[in-house]
Design a protein around this ligand. Structure first.
Ligand code: ADP
Ligand code: ZN
Length: 746
């Protein structure tokens, strides 16, 4: 007798149980497939998307009722009951499809993605409603109980049906809380739920008067975006324009249209903690602040925000990449500002690119998507050129401000003094700028004092014990620090290798060292260092930006955080201390990224009446990156980039996926990497590079090897990866991280 029939008989034998309806529930666990079947208790109705509490291994867990039929062959006796359905709006079908899509694309278990979509489990509990007092519908008969003057005062405060908190009543009537309790004991008051507190998320007013948009460019681009939102259909628009052309002002108009449509808008910013000025502009445009989502929110705010989004009470949310997974019931617009930024790539856990996933989320929600950048990525440009994205361009700065003049300073011709990093032309330019009472900025994308410490006697270099990386000296904190794992140690007095005392010397500059040099050159100038370790948190960054606007600072020395969208009206000179820095390393996108970053830094200069000037210190002024920055012809640069990548089939003209194999035991890492290499997929348009030690061959104590799958654009990498991984058995101590469309190659 076949198995299936026997099961059928079992079911017949216990009709009551077997007939109980079942559901599939996806649990937020990083396991495949992640769905589990449960029985629906009598009287409970569970539509897909409902948040439910279910038992799992003697624990209780919250999951989501998922689509698709439960497995009819599971014996009923093995199934447990759903414990409870939660009082939260169900997860929309569009978000459920998004969870599945991201899981499939990134090769992650759906439960791992679901976990990101329910990152605040506490938000799923209904907020505790406060209990207060109301007049009893049937109070004791008059005269039955003595009513003191105090008691009368309390009763007089309450209109029929009104509910007030005990403490508030006592205070208003100027009596002790005991009087209120006494009234309740005597039957004059009964407990009742207080009305819900008003949402802390104010509704931005789309008709709040904004800045009039400049006729021509701005107004026309805004009209096109408003139309895209009003269509209530999926579509992607790339909004480009030089720094300071008013792209933000234009896309805020699209947000206004989304509000008029009664749908929700999501704005993704690469570094929300540094976005004080952006928030200020939003407030000016709409009269209120938007809801925020980033890693530094308190637990309470996270809970309230998640719930407000789910209930449709947060009409506009601005956030970091994880905001994509919030439960918007009716998303009408997603804006990705600075779409080229690598900060949108999440490198840990579920490895995904928020810009790319924003497009998917918008498609599934029938929403408009707007990608914004002065220096769009080649991926996005190519999509626009091939007609998949619409394109809008603003071609000059707002208010007649001109673009800064960019010059290369050839360090071979104008070397800095020995042991110094600022060349004579740059020093002269800063001196002139300060003399005119304007602000100057020195940019160096390196934290700390010196990136390397070397023994003059034996040549030994101080390195991290856990990573293949040099230790960076942070002189102000008297520490050597690893920027990869956080390892820190006091600077040794003698070389740990040869024992020579006083022989360790710093090599190369970080911002602290540039500050030291600047202090000697311009002792009178008021200086400010802007780096992630000197400005911890949003409040410090906002205060620094304000001080710059208020002209309390003359000279700003900063890492890439100074590049981020700031508008400093009095800043007219930007000096790039080491323009070649990002070009080393041979990363596929090194040149593109350097142009993007330096163009953005340069864009801080001369944003109002006074013209800006930018000096790039470089050893290779003839490099295409420097030429593009000096000429300002970024389009030509990107065309050359495209031409360079196309023949080899590098992204975006082909696809890449990386496997990063890591283990504490080096031989284990090597063995697993070799096994993966031997099992590498072959075929038309498919190629595997590696295994090879990763540039960061040791990271946090784990040995790392990389393999890179490269395919033609028309080949889907996921099935290939899945098949490949299924053919290799990796031991427990080895991790294989899959990175589809890798951005970093360390
Ligand atoms: P982008 O995002 O393209 O770098 P912004 O939107 O930040 O440019 O605009 C640059 C500056 O010009 C900002 O200070 C902004 O407030 C101002 N600005 C832009 N458009 C207008 C406008 N229509 N009216 C008044 N000010 C504007
Ligand atoms: Zn380290």
């Amino acid at each position: 007798m076949g198995d299936g029939r026997r099961k059928h008989r079992d079911m017949e034998a216990t009709p009551g149980v077997a007939a109980a309806p079942r559901v599939r529930v996806l649990l937020p666990l990083p396991l495949e497939p992640g769905t589990y079947d449960y029985r629906i208790p009598r009287g409970m109705s569970l539509a897909p998307g409902t948040f439910v509490v279910v038992p799992l291994n003697r624990r209780e867990m919250i999951g989501v009722v998922w689509d698709g039929p439960p497995d009819p062959d599971l014996p009923a006796a093995r199934l447990k009951d759903v414990i409870e359905a939660l009082e939260v709006p169900p997860m929309t079908a569009s978000l459920r499809r998004f969870v599945e899509w991201v899981a499939g694309y990134t090769l992650s278990p759906p439960g791992a993605v679901l976990r990101m979509a329910m990152s605040v489990p506490a938000a799923l509990d209904p907020p505790a409603r406060q209990v207060g007092w109301t007049l009893a519908p049937r109070p004791p008969a008059e005269g039955a109980v003595r009513l003191t003057a105090e008691r009368r005062r309390v009763l007089a405060l309450l209109a029929p049906g009104e509910v007030r908190a005990g403490a508030a009543l006592a205070e208003a009537a100027a009596v002790s809380p005991g009087v209120v309790r006494g009234l309740a004991d005597a039957g004059f008051l009964v407990p009742a739920l207080l009305p819900e507190a008003a949402s802390p998320f104010a509704r931005p007013d789309p008709e709040h008067p904004g800045q009039p948009l400049a006729e021509g460019g701005q107004a026309e681009a805004a009209r096109a975006l408003r139309e895209a939102v009003a269509r209530r259909r999926f579509g992607v628009t790339l909004l480009t324009g030089v720094t300071g052309s008013g792209k933000t002002e234009v896309y805020l108009d699209a947000v206004a249209e989304c509000l008029r449509q009664g749908r929700q808008a999501l704005v993704l910013l690469p570094e929300i903690a540094l976005s004080a000025q952006w928030l200020e502009r939003f407030r000016r445009r709409f009269g209120v602040a938007p809801a925020l989502w980033h890693s530094e929110l308190t637990a309470k705010t996270r809970r309230e925000t998640w719930r407000a989004v789910a209930e449709g009470k947060a009409p506009v949310l601005v956030g970091a990449r994880s905001a994509l997974f919030l439960p918007f019931p009716d998303l009408g617009l997603i804006v990705v500002d600075e779409e080229h930024e690598t900060a949108f790539k999440q490198e840990e856990g579920v490895v995904y690119h928020a810009r790319d996933m924003a497009v998917v989320r918008a498609r599934l929600a029938e929403a408009a998507c707007v990608l914004v950048s002065a220096t769009p990525s080649l991926e996005t440009l190519t999509n626009a050129e091939q007609g998949r994205y619409a394109r809008l361009h603003l071609d000059h700065r707002h208010g007649g401000a001109s673009m800064p003049a960019v010059e290369a300073v050839d360090l071979r011709k104008h070397p800095p003094e020995r042991g110094r990093f600022l060349s004579p032309p740059l020093i002269a330019a800063v001196t002139e700028t300060l003399a005119r009472g304007e602000q100057a900025m020195l940019f160096l994308n390196r934290r700390g004092y010196a990136p390397l410490t070397l023994c003059r006697t034996c040549g030994h270099r101080l390195r991290c014990p856990n990573c293949s990386a040099w230790l960076v000296e942070h002189r102000a904190q008297r520490r050597l620090q690893c920027h990869h794992c956080g390892h820190a140690e006091p600077p040794p007095l003698a070389c740990p290798e040869c024992g020579t005392a006083g022989s360790l010397v710093p090599i190369g500059p970080g911002v602290e060292r540039v500050l030291e040099e600047a202090s000697a050159l311009w002792p009178e100038a008021r200086r400010l260092v802007m780096a992630s370790d000197t400005l911890p948190g949003p409040a410090a960054a906002a205060a620094a930006a304000q001080a710059i606007r208020d002209r309390e600072v003359d000279l700003i020395i900063g890492t890439q955080i100074v590049a981020k969208g700031w508008h400093f009206p009095h800043l007219t000179l930007v000096g790039v201390v080491d323009a070649d820095l990002g070009l080393a390393g041979g990363d596929l996108r090194a040149a593109e990224r350097t142009v993007q970053l330096l163009h953005q830094v340069a864009g801080r200069a001369g944003r109002e009446e006074r013209p800006g000037r930018v000096l790039l210190q470089t050893f290779s002024p003839e490099h295409p990156v420097m030429r593009a920055l000096v000429s300002g012809d970024l389009d030509a640069f990107m065309r050359a980039e495209a031409a360079a990548r196309r023949p080899g089939g590098w992204p975006p003209f082909g696809r890449l996926a990386a496997l990063i194999v890591s283990a504490e035991d080096e031989r284990e890492a090597d063995r697993a990497a070799r096994d993966l290499g031997l099992a590498a997929p072959r075929g038309e348009g498919v190629q595997v590079l590696g295994p090879a030690p990763a540039p960061l061959a040791l990271l946090r104590g784990r040995h790392r090897r990389r393999l890179l799958l490269r395919t033609r654009r028309d080949v889907a990498v996921q099935p290939i990866l899945r098949e490949w991984l299924s053919r290799v058995d990796v031991p427990g101590g080895v991790r294989v991280q899959v990175d589809v469309d890798p951005v970093g190659f360390l």
